[in-house]
Design a protein around this ligand. Structure first.
Ligand SMILES: C[S@@+](CC[C@H](N)C(=O)[O-])C[C@H]1O[C@@H](n2cnc3c(N)ncnc32)[C@H](O)[C@@H]1O
Length: 279
C-alpha cells in the first residue's frame, strides 16, 4: 500500500481505531515503553505512532526534560494523540504528520541522535522495511535503544481467514488465501522470537530482549468488526459501497459463529535492543 493509501485507511478508520486502544494498541504500547526502560530526559522517536499508544507513555516516562517525536501519516490519529496529550498535560510530545522513511530529526534532538526509537505495530508498513528501519536505527545514538512490537505467529488467524473468505465473495481481486501472505511478507518475517531477534541483530543491535504479550479478546460481534474497521484490515473495503460492506459484515460475523470462533488472538511480541554502532 502507498503512503497515501495507508493514510486513507487509517484516517477513515480513526473512530474504530481509537475504540480499540484500551484493549489492543494501549497494552502493547505501554509494554513496549516499560521494556525500553526509558530515562528522564531521553529523546525518543516513535514512528508509525498512530494516536500515541507508545508515544504517550514514552512522554510520561521521559518526563518534562525529555522529548518525544510521534510521527505518522494519518492526520486524524495524530489529532487524537494531541488531544490526549493535552488532557494529560504532556507538553513534551509532538505529533507530526510525516513519512517515517524520510524523517529528519529537528535541531532539538542531540547531535549524537535519539536515545530511543520505538514503533508499535509499525515497521511492517514501511516500504523496503529493512532499509527503512536501518535508516531509522542510524538516527539513534550509539548505546541507545530500539524497540518494537509485532504480531506473534498465529495472531489474527481465525478471524482473518473468515474475513478474507467473505471478502473474496464480494471484492474483485481478493482471494480467500490472501489472509495468509507468503513468507516474504514483512509481518510474517518478524512473527517469531527467533526470526525477530536475528533480524534485529542484523542492524548491529545487541542485548536483544523479546517477550510475548498474550492478548486473547472475546470475539464479540462488536469487537470483531471494530478490529476490521480500525486496522489495516479495513484496506480492502475502501471504495466498496455501503450495502456490500454491510453484507460482508453480516456474512463475516455469521462465519465466526458457525466456526465457533470465540476468541481473537492478538498475541504480540515486544522486542527491545541496544544499538551497538559506533559513529
Ligand atoms: C497499526 S497502526 C499502529 C499505530 C500505533 N503505533 C499504535 O500502536 O496504536 C500503524 C500506523 O502506521 C502508520 N504508518 C504506516 N506507514 C507509515 C509511514 N511510512 N510513516 C509514518 N507512519 C506510517 C499508519 O498511518 C498507522 O497509524
Amino acid at each position: 500500500m502507498s503512503a497515501d493509501d495507508l493514510a486513507t485507511v487509517f484516517n477513515s478508520g480513526a473512530a474504530e481505531f481509537t475504540g480499540l486502544t484500551p484493549q489492543v494498541w494501549g497494552p502493547a504500547g505501554q509494554s513496549l515503553v516499560f521494556q525500553l526502560r526509558l530515562q528522564p530526559g531521553d529523546a525518543v522517536l516513535d514512528v508509525c505512532s498512530g494516536a500515541g499508544a507508545s508515544a504517550l507513555p514514552a512522554a510520561a516516562a521521559v518526563g518534562p526534560t525529555g522529548l518525544v517525536h510521534a510521527v505518522d501519516l494519518a492526520d486524524d490519529l495524530l489529532e487524537e494523540g494531541r488531544l490526549v496529550a493535552s488532557d494529560r498535560a504532556l507538553h513534551n510530545v509532538d505529533f507530526v504528520r510525516a513519512d517515517a522513511t524520510t524523517w529528519e530529526p529537528p535541531s532539538t534532538v542531540p547531535e549524537a541522535g535519539y536515545d530511543a526509537l520505538s514503533s508499535s505495530y509499525g515497521v511492517f508498513f514501511l516500504p523496503h522495511m529493512d532499509d527503512s528501519v536501518n535508516r531509522l536505527v542510524n538516527l539513534v545514538r550509539p548505546g541507545g535503544k530500539i524497540g518494537l512490537t509485532t504480531w506473534r505467529r498465529g495472531a489474527h488467524e481465525d478471524y482473518a481467514r473468515a474475513y478474507f473468505e467473505v471478502l473474496a465473495r464480494h471484492v474483485p481481486g481478493i482471494a480467500a488465501e490472501d489472509h495468509r501472505p507468503g513468507p516474504d511478507d514483512p509481518v510474517r518475517r518478524l512473527d517469531s522470537p527467533d526470526a525477530l531477534g536475528t533480524w534485529l541483530t542484523g542492524f548491529g543491535a545487541v542485548d536483544v530482549e523479546i517477550n510475548e504479550l498474550p492478548n486473547w479478546l472475546p470475539a464479540t460481534p462488536e469487537l470483531a468488526w471494530r478490529l476490521v474497521l480500525g486496522s489495516a484490515f479495513r484496506g480492502p473495503l475502501i471504495g466498496v459501497d455501503a450495502g456490500t460492506v454491510e453484507a460482508i459484515r453480516l456474512e463475516f460475523l455469521t462465519l465466526l459463529t458457525e466456526r465457533d470462533v470465540e476468541t481473537l488472538d492478538l498475541g504480540t511480541l515486544v522486542a527491545t535492543a541496544v544499538v551497538d554502532r559506533r559513529p
